[in-house]
Every structure is written in structure tokens, then in C-alpha cells.
Design a protein. Sequence first.
Length: 262
Amino acid sequence: MGPALVGVGVGPGDPGLLTLKAVSVLRGADRVFGPTMAVDAVGRAESIVRQAAPDVAVERLVFAIVEGDEARRAAHDLAAERVAACLDAGERVAFVTLGDPNIYSTFHHLAARVVARRPETTVETVPGICAFQDLASRSGMVLVDGVERLHLISAVDGPEALDVPLADPDAAIVVYKGGRHLPAVAGRLRAAQRLDGAVVGELLGLPGERVGLLEPAATGPAAYLATVLVPPQRPAEDATAPSRAPLSQDPPPSPVGERGRP
């Protein structure tokens, strides 16, 4: 195989959810990069790889994820230059990212900049398990069935992102990036009579994780990596109840291999 840039989804946090294909691709890569906020900090995606495949070395690329647009662009450009240099050397490069590389991921921003510099670059992705899938499994929620629909939204800019999906009562709703607005998200759902059965998962598979019903958990902001699931409105005879009442806090999963620092 020739040089290529491969985005590899490593799942939401539990190293046991890293796929066999992802591990195979990482072990077959000439170089593996992972995003981080600082060069001396182990990023969350790197932490998952450390546990699931401790033989894989991860080189850190610093991203200014929560700073201003200018800092973000500068960090992405530096990362793209580093990746491009490795591709020029004929390397097959993997970039690890939480969840799936095609859903709310840093990867496509990086890939676009690399392709702008090296238009001949081959870009591939390896799918990963998403946080909403993990949370649905943990809470026993059947998200969609039959001809039901699913809305996947980002509430990073506020609970107003819920207005369109809430107008579709027969659809399930997945809310990403709404942790800081969690009380307002719950209030929006309550006003629309959709709060009953909604669950929240915070830092799934990572230290400090919480899984539980949204209403009692929405007393204050949650972490950026918080996911909310809202089931569709179903007739009572068709409603699928959770297999167990979601816990306010579940213990972190058993590590696979070495456990990296959070």
C-alpha cells in the first residue's frame, strides 16, 4: 500500500469498543497521530489506543479546539504540514479520533488542509462506534424502529438547536456537545413534553463517566463530551422501556492493556 491519510475512529472511550479493523490499521501504519490540547498531555483518543493496543506509538498533534478561530486555523495548519511531510516521505499515516471520523470529528478539518497542500493524497476512514450507540446500549433504549427517524444535532451553540427536531415527535433525538447547556436542554424537552425517558451520558468509558436519566442530572452544566438521547413518542403499547433503570454513575470499564493518563 502506498502513502495515505487514514482517519481511524476509536469509539467513545471504552477501549473494548475499539474495532478489530481499527487496531489492524493502526498497527499497519507507518505513523499514528492523535489530537491533544498540549504536547505534554495525553489526548483522549491516544488514551484509548494506549489501553487497547499498547504497542502502537502515538505522536501528538496540538489542536486549539476551544480557542479563537485564528488559533484554531494556525494549529490545524501546523498539523497539516507535519502530516504532509510524513506523506512526502512515503508513509502511511493514521489519525485517531474519538467516535467516528465522519461524525463531528477533527479529522475532516485536518484532511482538507492536507489535500489542499497535497492534492494527490489518498484519504481513507475506518468507522468507529459512536457515543450515542454506547449510551443506547447502556440505557437499554431502542432508538429507532420501523419507519421512525433519527435527528443527530450539535447543541454547542445552545438549546435552540432542538427546535427543529422537537417539531418531529415521531423521531428520536441525539444531542451532542450540549453539556454546558444541559439544564436548558432539559427545559426545552420538558416544555415539549419529551423529557420523560431521556437519558444522558457524560465521558462514556472515561474517568468520571456518568450515565443516567436526564431530568435529575440536569441540575448544572456537564462536560463537553456529554450525549443526550431522547426516544420517539410511541403509543404506550409500543414503547420500549430500558432493560434497567440508568444509573447516576457507572464504574469505568475494565482496562484492556495499559491504562494511560486521562
